[in-house]
Design a protein around this ligand. Structure first.
Ligand code: RNT
Ligand code: ZN
Length: 423
């Protein structure tokens, strides 16, 4: 499919006029778009396998299903894949790493012993391709998490191991923050919970609180890292009780002035994550989003353009909170081309952000202020279909990124030349 650049320009000019008539300056918005850096999750590239134990199972109640050929087998392949992804995204983005993506050569390094040097190749590569690096301790897929508990484990020595792992992770984040002159978000998610109804709901939470306090007691400047904690409703094997619940971490994040992570797959299916933003921002330092898509459960499907995504981005933009809401992706689909999965979800998220920026929000506010709720509804419906697509395509064009579905041609070529040789 050949895209005609003149047509894109013309469509943009018309859209620009239309938006201007509604008080929206598209040029200004396109400048703002360039300042938005998504945090791309490295784990879409290899189904959360990592390099520590490539034969071991993925545990912790999360699952990547499918076996599409061409999964990255090592760090070089993963980086090569990421470069291909970045080539298809407008703007410059961050990379979100997990501890299991350490490069320790032939040495086996325990997770409580990982050090910044095990990520030096990621840093060197990132300098060229990324706006910054974020980090996650990996508290799953490990013998010491096999019984479903980590930071809240009743056994002191196991708990201590995971505390040390998280402390080591923060110091890796600190190195990232120094190297990129932008704080590294270090996000703690643990799988801890019970399959069946617990007797004692309190004790594991007391232990988790204590472990987190020990982890955070090592002072690291916010110039270098931003700590985040990620709650969850349930997981496979923790259906009845999750130690790190929403209430647990909301309280903790407010008390410790750290970020709360909202993963869109971690709530009841009919719960609106978008609606939480304006409340939480009144109390929290900031929010990390794990943009994901649950289908019936926390299934981590590729992000698509749905009401939930649009609502979420609208809330971030309407609250004028881009400085305090960090936008990361978190999904892993192994049943389709993994590069395409990354690109589709990331482009969709950016498109939802652009749409939210283009919304003539003051007009909605005005109608509401005047008590004209009929007009508010009429405008809301009208704004669903303004010519934002023309602005998006123009943005892609100016960023020298394939416009429209033509990005799939590049992915097909890459699949033929690279992925299909990884058998
Ligand atoms: C799990 C959490 C967590 C993980 C990643 C791999 O339910 O969403 O963020 O997906 O750390
Ligand atoms: Zn998540």
């Amino acid at each position: 499919m050949k895209i005609n650049e003149n047509e894109i320009q013309r469509a943009y000019s018309l859209a620009q006029e239309r938006y201007a008539s509604l008080g929206v300056d598209t040029e200004d918005i396109l400048k703002r778009m360039q300042g938005i850096h998504l945090s791309l999750h490295c784990w879409q590239g290899d189904d959360v396998t990592g390099f520590e134990n490539r034969e071991g199972p993925l545990t912790g109640g999360i699952a990547a299903t499918g076996n599409y050929p061409g999964k990255a087998r090592n760090a070089d392949e993963l980086r090569e894949d990421l470069q291909q992804v970045f080539r298809l995204l407008p703007g410059k983005h961050r990379l979100n790493l997990h501890a299991i993506y350490a490069e320790t050569g032939t040495q086996k390094i325990e997770r409580n012993q990982i050090r910044p040097e095990h990520f030096s190749r990621w840093i060197d590569w990132g300098k060229e391709h990324c706006q910054g690096l974020d980090f996650n301790p990996t508290c799953f897929s490990h013998p010491k998490s096999a019984d479903g508990f980590t930071l809240s484990h009743p056994d002191t020595s196991i708990r201590q191991f995971w505390i040390e792992h998280c402390i080591a992770s923060r110091s890796i984040g600190e190195t990232f923050g120094r190297a990129f002159h932008t704080p590294s978000i270090v996000n703690i998610w643990i799988p801890d919970g019970y399959k069946d109804t617990p007797a004692d709901r309190l004790a594991p939470r007391q232990r988790l609180l204590n472990s987190l306090n020990q982890i955070l007691s090592h002072p690291i400047s916010r110039e270098y890292i931003l700590d985040a904690v990620e709650p969850k409703l349930f997981g496979i094997g923790s259906e009845s009780y999750v130690v790190g619940s929403m209430e647990f971490y909301v309280g903790y994040a407010i008390r410790r002035n750290i970020l709360l992570t909202l993963d869109t797959g971690h709530f009841h299916p009919t719960e609106s994550v978008a609606d939480k933003i304006s409340s939480l921002l009144l109390y929290l330092e900031g929010i990390l989003l794990h943009v994901s898509r649950g289908v019936r459960w926390d299934s981590d499907h590729v992000v698509i353009y749905n009401e939930e995504l649009q609502g979420l981005m609208q809330e971030v933009i309407r609250a004028n909170a881009l400085q305090r809401v960090y936008i990361g992706l978190d999904y892993f689909d192994a049943s389709i081309n993994r590069i395409a999965a990354w690109v589709i979800g990331a482009r969709t998220t950016l498109r939802a952000l652009l749409n939210a920026l283009l919304e003539p929000y003051p007009l909605l506010q005005q109608a509401e202020k005047e008590g004209n709720l009929t007009l508010r509804l009429a405008l809301q419906e009208e704004f669903q279909t303004l010519p934002s697509q023309a602005v998006w395509e123009y943005y892609l064009l100016t960023q020298s990124v394939p416009v429209g579905i033509s990005f799939m041609e590049e992915i097909k070529t890459y699949e033929r030349e690279k992925l299909s040789r990884r058998m």
